[in-house]
Design a binder for this molecule. Structure first.
Ligand code: EPZ
Length: 421
């Protein structure tokens, strides 16, 4: 297990190239199961979760080859329709093979994901939706098994907008007989990216990005090429790092229109932000001002930026209330930020953050992907050295983070846990 050491206090300046979106690459890779032709996916981030998805596809018999940020995939045959527990337990997003396996091969057996650091993470809405499409669903010994000779289109209403649930159901409906209407669908840009890729391969999908998605099922999908959209959460993370260090950073190869809620909050906190077509430049001329944040499904403020925002508000003037409405317990970063001197009170699903004059470096523990990102943001501004342990959490979703931060001027390095230098 590696750890990352940061000597904080250095202003970040310069350009950082944003990688492809992990949360778009994952469903796009899973969707290759739906058809037999060759798929060439570019701008794929080299992060652990993407490699895990590649491993899972390999177990199923899909041929995946990675060359840098490019993946070439052939899913002409299948050797298994089972996603095993020891792989699913490492990555919840493995559930994304459920819909494609069922739709293409008539059956799927996927280990239930179990809980994780940010909550129970149920998949009841995925399963209810697949049942509406005619699947026979059973749960036994921690696995869900779904069967259907051929799915039939239907009308599905999701009680709450679910990102991977919408993706699973949109993929399954692509090969169903007849038309499916998905209501209260999630609207994240990653869903639009997946729909664009499926349509290139012959799917008939309308309304992705709105809360009503209509899918006319087709018999089969052919191959296709696709470039994954930039990662809006990675971009937001680097902009928060620029803000907390009072730096001057331009995030390039990103989509400002995927970041509107985040940019609005950073401006409220005192940042000056210039948006171009595919880049965002942030400078911090004034002191950080406290502002309130409420996480919501897209286009609201993303829950995946909550920890980074809590870290930023720890050094802002005044008091900020950060409300987490998407997950039931996504505050694993709070105790660690407190160890660095942050003044944060947890009140139910809200954090009351009282800005303090400084944070001090300390040994802290990463617990989940975005909590770890919050600790990196805090460490970049803290006085002294912050030692972030268990950085494998970070490697799941951030490509070469210490390299990218180092180019921006951060004093940051990685070393094996327990090394003395
Ligand atoms: C996706 O997770 C993302 N992961 C998460 O990013 C992100 O935090 C989340 O969406 C919210 O934006 C991927 O895209 C791979 P949900 P997902 O289903 O789809 C409840 C990261 O850091 N729910 O939209 O699992 C659920 O408990 C990760 O990159 C049900 O109750 O999230 C939650 O409270 C972390 N039943 C809410 O809906 C269901 O069947 C939203 O969850 C499904 C979800």
């Amino acid at each position: 297990m590696d750890e990352i050491l940061i000597n904080g206090g250095k202003r970040l300046c310069g350009d950082v190239r944003i990688s492809g979106a992990k949360n778009s690459a994952l469903p796009i890779l899973a969707s290759t199961i739906l058809g037999g032709g060759e798929c060439i996916i570019t701008n794929v981030p080299r992060v652990v979760d993407v490699l895990t998805m590649g491993k899972l596809l390999g177990i199923l018999g899909v041929k995946v080859s990675h060359e840098g940020n490019r993946a070439v995939i052939h899913a002409g045959t299948i050797e298994s329709t089972e996603a095993p527990y020891d792989l699913v337990k490492t990555m919840r997003a493995s559930v994304l093979v459920l819909g494609p396996l069922l739709a293409r091969w008539g059956e799927a057996k996927v280990s239930l994901p179990g809980g994780c650091a940010i909550g129970s993470r149920p998949i009841n809405l995925h399963l209810a939706g697949l049942a509406k499409l005619g699947a026979d669903i059973s749960i036994d010994q921690g696995y869900v098994t779904a069967k259907a000779a051929r799915l039939k289109g239907g009308r599905i209403y999701c009680d709450t907008p679910t990102v991977t649930g919408t993706e699973n159901l949109m993929m399954a409906a692509s090969l169903a007989e007849g038309t499916t209407v998905l209501e209260n669908a999630a609207k994240e840009p990653e869903i639009v990216d997946l729909a664009d890729f499926l349509v290139k391969r012959g799917a008939r999908i309308h309304g992705a990005g709105t809360d009503v998605i209509t899918v006319e099922g087709v018999r089969e999908l052919h191959g296709g090429d696709h470039e994954v959209i930039p990662d809006r959460i990675e971009a937001g993370t680097y902009l928060a790092a620029a803000a907390i260090t009072r730096g001057d950073v331009t995030a390039t190869h990103c989509r400002p229109n995927h970041l509107e809620a985040v940019l609005m909050k950073l401006r409220e906190a005192g940042a000056e932000i210039q948006e171009e077509k595919d880049s965002v430049r942030l400078t911090m001329p004034k002191n950080l001002r406290g502002t309130d944040v409420r996480t919501l499904p897209f286009p609201g403020f993303p829950t995946d930026m909550q920890a980074q925002m809590a870290a930023l508000m720890s050094l802002a003037e005044g008091t900020s209330v950060v409300t987490e409405t998407v997950f039931e317990s996504r505050f694993m970063h709070v105790e660690e930020l407190r160890r660095m001197g942050a003044d944060i009170r947890v009140e139910g699903n809200r954090l009351v953050v009282t800005g303090c004059k400084k944070l001090t470096g300390a040994p802290v523990m990463a617990s989940d992907l975005r909590a770890s990102a919050g600790l990196i943001v805090a460490g970049l501004a803290a006085e002294g050295t912050t030692q972030i342990q268990r950085v494998y959490h970070l490697d799941r979703g951030y490509e070469r983070i210490e390299e990218k931060l180092g180019v921006l001027g951060a004093y940051i390095r990685r070393r094996p846990a327990g090394a003395s230098h």
